[in-house]
Design a protein around this ligand. Structure first.
Ligand SMILES: Nc1ncnc2c1ncn2[C@@H]1O[C@H](COP(=O)(O)OP(=O)(O)OP(=O)(O)O)[C@@H](O)[C@H]1O
Ligand SMILES: [Mg+2]
Length: 379
């Protein structure tokens, strides 16, 4: 006897129903089916029963807002209205109360669709407790690391203050209490004290820039259109006052004719810090060069030297506050290890970034990438 086509349809439907039922029963998400008219629960899968601690009987034929778990969701009725009107609702983080009173954080997604000619509402409920726990652990670790860096920075800053203060005290003592060879003339003591005070004041300026409050200065940055060529010309002019002492040639390569948007004072400080480093960490009679090239919508400014270079182990740390490769190299007492942290901060508040390549005893290239605004001819 041949089968009627309707038999096949019935068979296919039964097959897909069985498949759906299997998925429904074995799902690792809670699934709740509601009557779209009344909000009555018409089906709930075993996972949801387990999650909330209710039996199937306790859930079925109750309205969504009559079940303890959803009662606490004080907008349950409103939520249901939204689903009725929009056909969709999603909450990323909702606390549901299990039968035993335990609060479970869930993601709640609800859709309505037609099944067997009837409009039904399906709610998918995902337990996100573990997910949130992992996020919390990550966040706690991040905060602890931030705290550790802050404490270290404060300890380092205190240390940086000790040396100049000791020198000031020593000079004052040599004038006031010194005898014989230890007696110092007030003029030379004042000169030494004056030098150390300037150094202390530089440390304070740099420290105020890198403290977390300084990040709030972001809004006080005076953004203006700056011609890159003119900016670099000023930096080179100031840099030459430092390079001549070591007979280092400071040259400018090709600089594209572009405009950047930023704070002139900060950008000048950023480039000068790089030039200063290149001069400070290079030998007599060597070369330092600044050039720049366009890369998409950005400009990359390079400061290149053939100085003492930085080892592979030290290179990843040089942008950290107070990091100095050679802790004893005091470069005339003025090196505290904040210059590059400030360079990084300035580049970042301008929407840019910094990077460095270096070979020990072979020289370094420090690069700052900044966004370009428009070509000058566009103004
Ligand atoms: N061009 C360079 N060549 C070799 N080493 C460098 C160069 N630039 C930086 N360094 C190394 O990186 C360290 C950190 O540099 P950074 O500018 O942050 O601090 P600093 O120069 O020691 O002090 P300051 O706060 O006065 O700038 C330096 O102490 C130095 O060891
Ligand atoms: Mg420096």
């Amino acid at each position: 006897m041949s089968k009627k086509p309707e038999d096949n349809v019935v068979k296919k439907m039964t097959e897909s129903e069985v498949k759906y039922r299997r998925l429904f029963e074995s799902a690792h998400d809670g699934i709740l089916i509601l009557d779209s008219e009344t909000g009555q629960i018409t089906d709930a899968n075993p996972y949801l029963e387990n999650l909330l601690g209710y039996t199937n009987k306790e859930l079925l034929n109750k309205k969504l807002w009559e079940v303890g778990a959803f009662k606490n969701m004080k907008t349950s009725r409103d939520v249901f209205k939204i689903i009725q009107n929009k056909g969709f609702v999603r909450y990323e983080d909702l606390p549901l109360e299990a039968k035993n009173g335990r609060l479970i954080d869930v993601e709640f997604v609800s859709n309505s669709y037609v099944a067997g000619g009837v409009l039904v509402v399906q709610c998918n409920i995902r337990d996100i407790t573990e997910h949130k726990r992992v996020d919390l652990i990550k966040e706690t670790k991040r905060l602890l690391e931030e705290e550790r860096i802050k404490v270290k920075s404060i300890a380092d800053a205190i240390h940086e203050f000790r040396t100049p203060l000791a020198i000031i005290k020593g000079n004052a003592d040599m004038v006031l209490k010194g005898r014989g060879k230890n007696k110092k003339s007030p003029t030379s003591a004042f000169k030494a004290i004056d030098y150390e005070i300037k150094h202390l004041s530089n440390i304070l300026t740099d420290l105020s820039l890198i403290t977390s409050q300084a990040w709030e200065l972001k809004s006080r940055i005076a953004y203006e259109k700056i011609n890159l060529k003119s900016l670099i010309a000023i930096v080179v002019k100031r840099g030459k006052a430092l390079s001549y002492k070591k007979n280092i040639s400071l040259t400018v390569g090709k600089i594209p004719n572009i405009i950047i948007l930023g704070d002139k004072i900060y950008l000048e400080k950023m480039l000068l810090n790089l030039v200063k480093n290149s001069i400070l960490y290079s030998h007599q009679n060597s070369h330092v060069k600044i050039d720049a090239k366009k890369s998409g919508h950005s400009i990359v400014i390079n400061v290149t030297d053939n100085g003492i270079g930085i080892s592979e182990e030290d290179l990843p740390h040089v942008f950290e506050r107070f990091y100095r490769v050679d802790k004893f190299h005091r470069s005339g007492g003025n090196s505290i290890g904040l210059g590059l942290a400030i360079v990084k901060w300035i580049a970042e508040i301008h929407g840019g970034e910094v990077s460095a390549k270096s070979v020990k005893d072979g020289g370094s290239v420090f690069s700052v990438t900044l966004p370009i605004i428009k070509a000058p001819q566009d103004y």
